[in-house]
Each structure stands twice: as structure tokens, then as C-alpha cells.
Design a protein around this ligand. Structure first.
Ligand code: ITT
Length: 199
């Protein structure tokens, strides 16, 4: 079976991407399990950071590596936290705190809610081949207080358009059916490069 590295140290992403990859019959191992270092995310956009993470993992492991750079972009905060979504949670990765910060910064602007979207950039780096990149989005709005214990990160404060449940309230398979990550993944599948790896 072809081995592929998930170039992420975020357990929520590992869970969701492994669910999406499972049907392809790839042998998935995470960067955390391989003890790979976390590269600094110095790019100015999601695609650039996904590339940095995928290429660092592919180089260190000599295996194909799939990275995800994602975030929550809130219109009322001019797109913040955006590429800084993980950093807003501080060193303890406290997303209750990060969600409160979004809410408080909106309130400071006199807003009780705002439109926003999640972005997911995927980069697939294959040793000695060109890195492929894909981006998916899902639009909706902020809700306060947060609702639900599923998912991760900002899920409990995000209501996708046309839904009554936040991403935090949805069953994982319902989030997978419509999320930014699932949309980016669909583009990756359509490209065929991933299925080409399966022997
Ligand atoms: P890696 O870099 O190791 O992959 P990270 O958590 O630091 O892990 P990012 O830099 O891409 O990853 O930060 C993305 C943050 O955006 C993530 O920590 C979540 O808080 C948030 N986020 C991304 N996708 C999300 C989703 O599906 N639901 C809720 N929050 C999400």
C-alpha cells in the first residue's frame, strides 16, 4: 500500500483528512507520528503555508505528503483571524478563548454577528514532482454563544448558509459532506494525482 504523510500536527485535521482518504486505500501516517518538526508558516496566504508544510514533510520523509492550511475569515474583522486562526488560540491552543476573541472584537465594532467563511488549502508534495494545490471554501455566519461539541477549532461558532446546526453540532459525516476541507479534497480527487499514487 502506498504510504502518505499527513503533514499536520492538528489532531482534528488528522481525523477529518484520514476519514476523507480512507476510501482510497492509502496507508496514512501523520507528521506527529513520524516525529517531523513543524515548519514556520511564513507565507502570506493559505496556499503558500500549505506548500511550506507539505514540502517540508515530503523532504524529511521522502514520502508523498499532504498538508492543510486553513482558517476562519470573518468579514466584520476584515478577514481575521484568517491565516492566524491557530495563532489566535495562543500557545495553549485554547479555542474557547479564540472564539471569545472573535466575538469580543466584533462587539467592539458594534456587531453582534458577521458573515464569514472557512478556507482550506491543500498541498500535495511528491518527492521529485511539482507540488499540487487546491482550495475549498464554505460560507456562513458567526453565532454566539458557541454551540456543540463536535469538530474542532471555531466549529461551534460557525453556521453554514442554509443550515440550522453549527459545524460543532453536526455529525462528522454531515460536516464532511459540505465543509471547506471536503470541497478542497474533492478538487484534489478530480485532479487524479492522488489516485495515481495508489498502486
Ligand atoms: P498544522 O499547521 O499542524 O496543520 P494548525 O492547527 O496550526 O495545524 P493551521 O495553521 O492551518 O493549522 O490553522 C488552522 C486553524 O483554523 C485551526 O487550528 C483551526 O482552529 C481553524 N480551522 C481550520 N479548519 C477548521 C475547521 O474545519 N473547523 C474549525 N476550525 C478550523
Amino acid at each position: 500500500m502506498t504510504k502518505i504523510v499527513l503533514a499536520t500536527h492538528n489532531p482534528g485535521k488528522v481525523r477529518e483528512i484520514a476519514d476523507l482518504l480512507r476510501p482510497l486505500g492509502l496507508d496514512v501516517v501523520s507528521a506527529g507520528e513520524l516525529g517531523l518538526p513543524e515548519p514556520e508558516e511564513t507565507a502570506k496566504d493559505f496556499l503558500g503555508n500549505a506548500c511550506i508544510k507539505a514540502e517540508a514533510a515530503a523532504q524529511a520523509s521522502n514520502l508523498p505528503a499532504l498538508a492543510d492550511d486553513s482558517g476562519f475569515c470573518v468579514d466584520g474583522l476584515n478577514g481575521d483571524p484568517g491565516i492566524y486562526s491557530a495563532r489566535w488560540a495562543g500557545p495553549d491552543k485554547d479555542f474557547s478563548y479564540a472564539m471569545s476573541r472573535v466575538h469580543e472584537e466584533l462587539e467592539l465594532k458594534g456587531l453582534s454577528e458577521s458573515r464569514g467563511h472557512f478556507v482550506c488549502a491543500l498541498a500535495l508534495a511528491i518527492p521529485s514532482a511539482e507540488t499540487r494545490m487546491f482550495e475549498g471554501r464554505v460560507s456562513g455566519k458567526t453565532v454566539w454563544p458557541p454551540r456543540g461539541g463536535h469538530g474542532f477549532g471555531y466549529d461551534p461558532m460557525f453556521l453554514a448558509d442554509g443550515q440550522t446546526q453549527t459545524f460543532g453540532e453536526m455529525a462528522p459525516q454531515d460536516k464532511h459532506a459540505m465543509s471547506h476541507r471536503a470541497r478542497a479534497f474533492q478538487l484534489l480527487l478530480e485532479d487524479g494525482v492522488l489516485t495515481g499514487l495508489v498502486r
